[in-house]
Design a protein around this ligand. Structure first.
Ligand code: KG4
Ligand code: ZN
Length: 339
């Protein structure tokens, strides 16, 4: 069989990324141009600035991805691009780039769901991983517990009713003055803290035991900070971060493990930016071991937004014969499993 090379493109938030993926799981190149330094000045992603920066970088990022993969456009079989969900102006840059390349080179165009990309990141380093498996997706915009029934086929078992896990990390980090992006900073500060120093609530949602809620935990943290300020008490940042992280981790891990136990699932994967969190990774690792579940987690560089995961997801759509036309548009609120 001839090799199939997919050019993946990702621009849904604050990373401009392109990658070349061979036969679905082999990363020939994975270029990520991060805008974090620019947005840090504003304490979060500024959508207008993100779009402009994507526009400035996208051509160079694509060229570099080809160069690092030691290939030319002739070697590319299809172009896969994130078309949602995400910031509309940011998505549009990647979609326009992919459409222009598809038209000019006469190569197939495949629109990829960003979260499907995150899930697919697990295939890259685990050549043996195949559906079905359970996957916990924790990113800046999404918290989903899903059953991956087949490539591109999902059952959403639980989701956050309010804030996404990453959003809660970012807001807590801002409140204690750690800055943006908050997740890695809270993770770091928590290393020397006591996770049982402060008892924060574990969000429970009526109606679906697999749904998540993080706004209660976040508000409890903000109340704790306000109370300390009013009484002039010093806030122990490591203890606060560790206790907050423990509450979020309990909510995530308990639901993921319960789903596996209840349905007799022996494979659990994790995906998305928050999947880099050291505490969440180690708790899942040990609880999976205790329960005879194989645990899959992408390396941190594949947890964050990247185009290798988009190329990987695009490959399986390519094999199924899914193609998009030049009418493909950015869909900021695209639901998982929808096309
Ligand atoms: O998946 P991602 O790169 O972008 C979205 O699709 O949203 O996720 C970004 C989120 C941010 O909220 C960031 O603070 C969080 O992932 N994050 C972390 C860690 N690294 C990144 N959260 C907790 N611990 C980390 N180590
Ligand atoms: Zn993402």
């Amino acid at each position: 069989m001839n090799d199939i090379n997919i050019l993946g493109i990702e621009s849904s938030c604050d990373e401009t990324a392109a990658a070349v993926i061979r036969n679905g799981r082999e990363v020939r190149s994975n270029i990520i141009s991060s805008q974090i330094a620019i947005h840090t000045e504003y304490g979060g992603v500024v959508p207008e600035i993100a779009s402009r920066k994507h526009l400035e970088k996208i051509d160079d990022v694509v060229s570099l991805a080809l160069k690092e993969a030691d290939c030319t456009f002739d070697d590319i079989d299809a172009i896969a691009v994130t078309y949602g969900p995400g910031l509309v102006g940011a998505l549009l840059v990647g979609v326009a780039e992919a459409k222009a390349l598809s038209f000019a080179l006469n190569k197939p165009l495949i629109g990829v769901h960003h979260i499907e990309g995150h899930i697919s990141a697990n295939y890259i380093e685990n050549k043996d991983l195949e559906p079905p498996f359970a996957c916990l997706i924790v990113s800046g915009g999404h918290t989903h517990l899903v059953m991956v029934e087949d490539y591109g086929k999902y059952e959403i078992v639980g989701r956050s009713r309010d804030d996404a896990a990453g959003e809660a990390f970012d807001k807590v980090a801002r409140a204690v003055g750690l800055g943006y992006p908050g997740g890695p900073k809270v993770d770091n500060a928590a290393r020397t803290g006591d996770p049982h120093a402060i008892e924060f609530p574990r969000g429970v949602v009526a109606g679906n035991p697999y749904d998540f809620s993080f706004s209660g935990i976040k508000s409890a943290v903000l109340n704790h900070i306000n109370k300390a300020k009013m009484t002039g008490t010093e806030i122990n940042i490591p203890d606060l971060c560790a206790s907050f992280q423990e509450a979020v981790t309990d909510s995530l891990v308990s639901r993921a493990i319960n789903l596996c136990k209840e349905r007799g699932i022996k494979k659990l994967a994790i995906a998305g930016g928050v999947a880099s969190n050291s505490h969440i990774r180690s708790r899942l690792e040990s609880e999976c071991k205790e329960n005879g579940i194989r645990f899959y987690r992408p390396s941190p560089v594949l947890c964050t937004d990247n185009a290798a995961m988009i190329g990987c997801a695009g490959y399986y759509e390519y094999l199924k014969g899914l193609r998009d036309g030049l009418e493909l548009n950015a869909c900021p609120n695209l639901k998982l499993g929808e096309r």
